[in-house]
Design a protein around this ligand. Structure first.
Ligand code: ADP
Ligand code: MG
Length: 260
């Protein structure tokens, strides 16, 4: 399989992705492209396949059909023992390291301090020197407003603080694309804003991001494009002003009525 033509700006391309759990086909052919600086908000009802889609992109789930390109590099997938998996584990690691994943539940390593959480990936996976990794961690902690908390353990932090550390940890791997799966939905309402502020900053500085969210006002504000999923298919997509201001599909109209 060949890679895409080096287009430079195309950071992520997904072509005709399908995924089934047994007889249930939860992704029924999803295609999506993200160019440098795109902030794509993925919206849709619970169960429409948003999380599965993100998880297939970095192969936390295998997909039954479809192609994935990260930074122009085609992920080489082969059928093995009834599964469709990466042919080359080194390529999978390389591609994964270009994707920063932030989950709904913060998933920090609870036995490690904040600093250790941040330097683990860069030193262990990228082979970065500890001093350099610490310097990178410090600058990222500043960016997410958590400077001075290097020695804290996750359990000593609020949910909003933990999620900001999780974002910093993903950034420490210097990914090309950030994938967020409902990063604020496990937070107490008063902690949502501080996490959204960090994501907004990343959007402003031109990060390429795919963001699953129920925060419609935020999506409208920050996204360059909105994709509405319905039962494993892209039902409608477009600029936020159109998606929220003039939805064409009846399903999207109904969905928006319920989330507002
Ligand atoms: P969303 O994130 O949009 O709420 P999901 O991607 O989590 O949706 O789920 C899509 C569909 O796939 C749902 O019907 C869900 O029940 C099903 N599903 C998700 N994960 C699994 C799994 N591990 N095994 C079986 N079914 C699953
Ligand atoms: Mg989900």
């Amino acid at each position: 399989m060949q890679g895409l033509e080096p287009s430079g700006a195309l950071r992520l391309a997904v072509r005709d992705l399908h995924k089934s759990y047994g007889a249930l086909e939860v992704l029924r052919g999803i295609s999506l492209e993200a160019h440098q600086g795109d902030v794509i908000a993925l919206i849709g009802a619970s169960g429409s396949g948003k999380s599965t889609f993100l998880r297939c992109i970095n192969q936390l789930e295998d997909c039954s059909q479809g192609e994935i390109f990260v930074n122009g590099e085609h992920l080489d997938l082969v059928h093995r023992k009834g599964r469709r998996v990466a042919r080359d584990p080194r390529q999978l690691r390389r591609i994964r390291s270009k994707l920063g994943f932030v989950f709904q539940s913060f998933n920090l390593w609870s036995h490690m301090t904040v600093l250790e959480n941040l330097i683990e990936g860069p030193t262990q996976i990228h082979g970065m020197h500890r001093d350099e990794a610490v310097a990178l961690a410090q600058s990222l902690l500043e960016r997410v407003g958590m400077k001075g908390r290097e020695g804290a353990y996750p359990a000593q932090l609020s949910g909003g603080q933990q999620q900001r550390i999780a974002i910093a940890r993903a950034l420490a791997m210097q990914p090309e694309v950030m994938l967020f799966d409902e990063p604020t939905s496990a937070l107490d309402p008063e902690l949502v804003a501080e996490v959204l502020a960090v994501i907004r900053d990343l959007a402003t500085e031109g990060r390429t991001m795919l963001l699953v969210t129920h925060e419609m006002a935020f999506a409208r504000d920050v996204a360059s494009k909105v994709v509405f999923l319905h039962k494993g298919l892209v039902e409608e997509s477009g600029p936020p002003a159109e998606i929220f201001g003039a939805p064409k599909s009846e399903r999207l109209t109904q969905f928006l009525k319920h989330v507002r």
